[in-house]
Design a protein around this ligand. Structure first.
Ligand code: DX5
Ligand code: ZN
Length: 327
């Protein structure tokens, strides 16, 4: 599986349509995480692509999930066919002139993920009444209908309000960016906070090395996201920091404060190591590699005390957990 945050869904809209099976295998080999299938009916958008039977025939070509993006005027009428075709998720447009709920329910009844897509001019607020029924919000960053268009930045900025729709859940809920994602826009799109980036023409452009394009878009998106988290500053290069101690959070915080008071910056990050009896992981205390010798010299004894304190604390918790209650 790919490292990093952003996942990439390859839109086959602008692939070699005479060789769709081969193009999907090519996208899989290039490292795409999913396949995005754009269904257009010539009514909702001024273009016609492929339907459920084509998708069904392609479904067995790969084990990658299929995300269907229905740009059709009557999703309720056809949703059954797309479920039957084996789509793992189905997103349709919130702008259609029919009730949305029955279609969302039908998708859920089939055990698939349900999404609503919004055009660039449609505000996220129209999705509010449906939030409990949404697994996906698909934010169109171009006018739907064609690949190869320019990303609209204001549309991409809807990622954050879209994410808010999922704020009341501990997990689940994806925000997709669709349209105009390429190596020039990936950093910006990543900074907007999308989970899934849909890329079409950028991947299937003749002469492009698709695997390289996939890696580049993902890496740039991750970098954009990290910068955003870090208030626009370059993210902390972890290779320049070393772990001085790993301690339960409260004890670590005290040691960190002591070192900081001595003029050395400390970062506390949750480690992937030891889990304590209270269910919380230890925290690593990171110090600049350049200060390592000084910190070792001056605070080794403090670390020893903190380690002993942590051991005693863990033992006490364990004792309390196994002690039989008084009659
Ligand atoms: C546009 C489609 C997009 C499109 C993306 O209506 O929904 O999925 O294929 O293509 P690019 O990446 O070329 O903008
Ligand atoms: Zn699409």
């Amino acid at each position: 599986m790919a490292a990093g945050r952003a996942r990439l869904s390859a839109s086959i809209l602008d692939s070699d349509l005479g060789n769709l099976a081969r193009e999907i295998r090519r996208a899989e080999k290039a490292g795409a995480d999913r396949i995005h299938v754009d269904v257009m009916d010539g009514h909702f958008v001024p273009n016609i692509t492929f339907g459920a039977r084509t998708i069904k025939a392609l479904r067995r070509v790969t084990r990658l999930p299929f995300d269907a993006h229905l740009m059709i005027a009557e999703p309720g009428r056809y949703v059954g066919e797309f479920l039957d075709a084996g789509c793992d998720s189905i997103s349709f447009h919130a702008e259609v002139a029919e009730p949305l709920e029955p279609t969302l329910d039908a998708i859920h009844r089939a055990g698939r993920a349900a999404g609503l897509a919004i055009k660039p001019a449609t505000p996220v607020s129209v999705l509010e009444p449906y939030r409990a029924k949404l697994d996906i919000v698909l934010v169109m960053c171009v006018e739907p209908g064609f690949g190869g268009q320019q990303l609209m930045r204001d549309a991409a900025r809807k990622a954050l309000p879209a994410r808010e729709l999922f704020a009341d859940r501990a997990w689940g809920g994806e925000v997709h960016a669709d349209g105009g994602v390429n190596r020039d826009t990936a950093e910006f799109v990543g900074a907007c906070g999308f989970d899934i980036l849909v890329a079409g023409s950028a991947l299937f452009k003749r002469g492009h090395d698709m695997a390289r394009e996939v890696r580049m878009i993902r890496a740039l998106a991750d970098e954009g996201f990290q910068y955003q988290l870090n208030a626009g500053q370059p993210p902390i290069p972890r290779e320049n920091w070393v772990t001085f101690a790993s301690l339960p959070r409260a004890i670590g915080r005290r040691l960190a404060a002591e070192i900081e008071a001595g003029g050395v910056p400390v970062i506390q990050l949750r480690t992937d190591g030891r889990v304590n009896p209270d269910g919380q992981r230890d925290y690593d205390l990171l110090i600049p590699a350049t200060a390592e010798a000084r910190v070792e010299e001056r605070w080794a004894a403090s670390r020893q005390r903190a380690d002993a304190e942590a051991d005693a604390w863990r033992a006490e918790l364990e004792r309390a957990a196994t002690a039989t209650p008084e009659p």
